[in-house]
Design a protein around this ligand. Structure first.
Ligand SMILES: Cc1ncc(COP(=O)(O)O)c(C=O)c1O
Length: 411
């Protein structure tokens, strides 16, 4: 069968107007080719052909919409972008090669030398390094403040402040920011409010509805959900996304068609996965809080969490990530981690498989001792990204860790 591009059938987004997020996750952004496949096609091609030299010129000149070259136009990538934009409630999404590339592209597109950024202290370690080391090299200075103390943010504002950047809940301590309060502060100061929504995903929280200008994801985490690909995405209004897209077109931190396909399919099961992650995490957090070897549990679903009420207001669930401090230090934390048999020792999160990590020596290992201590990354801290296995089996595996600690204290 000859395939003509004109035969491509795109389900009009207007057909999905008013539909729920569960439906958008499965139906938004679908592109069907003339083959009428039910699952989505992948377009693993670097370039596209034109019917004539004139058409090529029109495409390059921007007079005719259509595919040109996969650094900046690819139908599979666009399908993923359309779906995640619909789910976040944003006008446009731009997919990138990683979550860090999403943050970098946002900064490169929307900041310039001399601008000032305020960033929460408890962000992913590499985000901290990106601002502190690399953005600083290009004349963008960053002040780090407590995620939860809105007063600290207000005090840090300068006439040159152009961006407020947060993760909420934060990695790994699950602190929760007052998004509406920070959005107001940003807008009163002429700054953009950017939220890394990696931990909640649009299923649990839609930052644009709370005043955020831009939402960022490491798609590597829950959007994929099965630990297969690295990718990222930025969502927001056309005026900002056109700039981010312009940077991507020129600099090339592009998502591959194959990865886009994996993420696009991953989104279809995101709502049901997130609900399973939340149920398991709440049950484990409650159980961990009762263990005598545990000093403290960090999970916004617990009433003991300082921002529990705020999290309940802002989020539809508390997410799959929790952290806890054991009584002791690095030795106890490492012994506990090593005693588990089923849970995977890996720094990735958002997988259907439960993962365990020691943030002080992995995800946040590049922070200086002072920055670690300010961010609350202690040596006895363990982070769990709770998967969707049977929760009783997770308890059995974690109990192996507690037994090792008990045996050590008896000798
Ligand atoms: C909250 C958060 N944002 C961004 C990133 C960076 O994403 P990537 O590893 O896809 O570059 C991570 C990675 O762990 C993360 O946890």
């Amino acid at each position: 069968m000859t395939f003509h591009r004109e035969e491509t059938i795109q389900i009009p987004e207007s057909d999905l107007d008013g539909m729920s997020l569960d439906t958008l996750a499965v139906r938004a952004g679908q592109i069907r080719t003339g083959q009428l496949e039910h699952s989505d096609a992948i377009f693993p091609t670097s370039s596209f052909v034109y019917g004539s030299a004139a058409q090529a010129a029109a495409r390059f000149g921007g007079e005719e919409a259509g595919n040109i070259y996969s650094r900046f136009t690819n139908p599979t990538v666009q399908a993923f972008e359309g779906r995640i934009a619909a789910m976040e409630g944003g006008e446009r999404a731009v997919a990138t090669s990683s979550g860090m590339a999403a943050i970098l592209s946002t900064c490169m597109a929307l900041l310039k030398s001399g601008d000032h950024v305020i960033c929460s202290r408890g962000v992913f370690g590499t985000t901290n390094v990106l601002f502190q080391k690399y953005m600083a090299k290009f004349g963008v200075e960053t002040t780090f403040v407590s995620l939860t103390e809105t007063k600290e943010w207000a005090l840090a504002i300068r006439s040159s402040t152009r961006m407020l950047f947060i993760e909420t809940p934060s990695n790994p301590l699950c602190e929760v920011a007052d998004m509406a309060g920070l959005a107001k502060l940003a807008h009163d100061s002429g700054a953009l409010f950017v939220v890394d929504n990696c931990f909640c995903t649009p299923v649990l929280q839609r930052p644009l509805e709370h005043g955020a200008d831009i939402v960022i994801h490491s798609a590597t985490k829950y959007l994929d959900g099965q630990g297969r690909c690295v990718g990222g995405v930025v969502v927001g209004p056309h005026k900002h996304m056109d700039e981010v897209y312009g940077f991507l077109r020129s600099a090339g931190p592009t998502m591959s068609p194959f990865n886009a396909w994996v993420f696009h399919k991953g989104l279809e099961t995101l709502p049901i996965r997130m609900r399973a992650h939340c149920d398991n995490a709440l049950e484990l957090a409650t159980w961990l809080e009762q263990q005598p070897e545990v000093e403290r549990v960090y999970y916004a679903g617990l009433e003991s969490h300082p921002q529990h009420v705020l999290a309940k207001k802002q989020q539809k669930g508390f997410g799959g990530v929790l952290s806890f401090c054991l009584k002791g230090g690095r030795e106890e934390a490492w012994n506990f981690i090593d005693a588990t048999r089923m849970i995977s020792i890996t720094a990735n999160l958002g997988d259907v498989k439960t993962t365990i990590t020691h943030p002080a020596t992995t995800t946040h290992g590049r922070l200086s001792p002072e920055d670690k201590s300010r961010a609350g990354i202690t040596e006895n801290l363990i982070r769990l990204s709770v998967g969707i296995e049977a929760v009783e089996d997770l308890k059995t595996d974690l109990y192996r860790g507690f037994q090792v600690l008990q045996n050590a204290s008896n000798t």
